[in-house]
Design a protein. Structure first.
Length: 411
């Protein structure tokens, strides 16, 4: 029982007269009036049994949550058929693909958020007179975030509503999703369904290979993967999740963190939670599973390798451009190594062929680059040329005949 629920029970026992005397405003000592009140805790007393249940590490009873949820969503434990509609499946999809991502964006300073899932049922004979007046009976599931409190896993329940937190709702949703995923791999061809959390660790096209590698049936393997990647999976039975997958998922999620202290604490917390809930661990099995934890990328698409190759391409391109610039045409210099014979047109054509082989990037700039260099070289000989290459052909020929043999460096 939660502290809030326990307090409500005690207040009911006290009755209106006695509970009305609980006002304690104004009794704080004067020396403490300027202090900020962190929290007011009313003490009624608890039994040793209650203390053991709440603080003795007994853990959260997921089976109890499933029973309570079945009162709201009656088809939760159904054996799913391909062509039948299920309220539990719609809840599952909305929880995983809508509420889950949105809840992770909630910040502490924005306060809590709550989502209402309204389950509608036709009235059946034997319902109350109030319900009989309506054509539809509604039961409501409230799912709330807890960003500013360390909320324990507590079920608040009444006849027509259930109040749980996002983590609990996610656990219920993934159990439904896993059963549908098992149905998917029975199809021909097989359909591999992974939750976003599982798909961030493993790829669909490697599920069958992974299962064969570790000796699992595909139906069991896809159940283990989806369940184990879910927050709170330590509360599932060992028949429904694998501690090794949970650790691999945790490592994959935090391996890029710069804060190594935070990274290590998250991994250690995952291990402690699984061990505390009596899950067994095999290091060889975990290492075999880790071979397939590609972060959801197809085989061969390693981000670090892609980044290295990307930088290498840029470096090679810069080197090619630099090489093209270093082999630029030189006219009328004496420190050359290879004499060129032929007309100026032949010279220019030969230069273009050489530069084409040397660098693809050179082709984009060769015309303007050669024009600029020829104009600058001509100016060094005291010849003033126009910008038009065609208009200067004859004058370039004269310049060619007067200058030394034309040369270029060997590439």
């Amino acid at each position: 029982m939660s502290a809030l629920k326990r307090q409500q029970v005690h207040l009911q026992k006290l009755g209106p007269a006695e509970s009305g005397e609980l006002s304690v405003s104004g009794i704080r000592p004067t020396s403490l009036q300027m202090h900020t009140l962190a929290k007011r805790m009313t003490i009624f007393g608890i039994t040793p049994k209650e203390a053991m249940e709440e603080y003795g590490g007994q853990g959260f009873d997921f089976k109890q949550l499933e029973v309570a949820f079945t009162e709201i969503c009656t088809d939760y434990l159904s054996d799913y058929q391909l062509e039948t509609a299920y309220k539990s499946l719609e809840f599952c999809c909305r929880m995983i693909y809508e509420v889950g991502p949105e809840s992770r964006r909630v910040k502490k300073k924005t306060g809590h958020k709550v989502w209402e899932f309204v389950f509608c049922y036709k009235n059946e004979p034997g319902t109350s007179s109030a319900e009989a007046k309506a054509t539809v009976q509604k039961k409501v599931l409230y799912v709330s975030t807890f960003k500013s409190d360390n909320a324990t896993a507590v079920v608040e329940q009444a006849d027509d509503y259930l109040y749980i937190n996002v983590k609990q709702a996610g656990m219920l949703a993934v159990r439904v999703f896993s059963r549908v995923a098992q149905l998917g791999v029975r199809q021909n061809p097989k359909v591999y369904l992974l939750t976003p959390l599982a798909a961030a660790v493993f790829t669909k096209d490697q599920i069958s290979t992974l299962c064969a590698h570790v000796g699992w049936e595909i139906e069991d393997g896809i159940k283990y993967i989806n369940n184990s990647c879910q927050s709170g999976s330590q509360y599932f039975s060992e028949n429904d999740m694998k501690m090794e997958i949970a650790i691999v998922a945790a490592v994959n999620a935090v391996k890029g963190l710069c804060d190594h202290t935070l990274r290590d604490s998250i991994i250690a917390k995952t291990i402690k939670q699984c061990v505390h809930n009596k899950h067994h661990f095999s290091m060889p099995l975990m290492l075999r599973i880790a071979e397939f934890a590609s972060g959801g990328l197809p085989e061969g698409f390693d981000p670090e390798k892609i980044l290295r190759d990307f930088e290498g391409v840029k470096i090679n391109r810069r080197a090619a451009i630099k090489g093209a610039a270093e082999t630029a045409i030189t006219i009328g210099t004496e420190d050359t190594s290879i004499a060129f014979k032929g007309t100026l047109d032949d010279y220019l054509k030969n230069m273009e062929d050489i530069y084409t082989k040397h660098s693809l990037s050179y082709l984009n700039a060769t015309d303007q680059g050669m024009k600029r260099q020829i104009l600058d070289t001509a100016k060094s000989f005291g010849v003033d040329l126009d910008e038009s290459m065609d208009a200067n052909k004859e004058r370039l020929r004269v310049l060619y005949n007067k200058s030394h043999p034309r040369t270029i460096p060997r590439i």
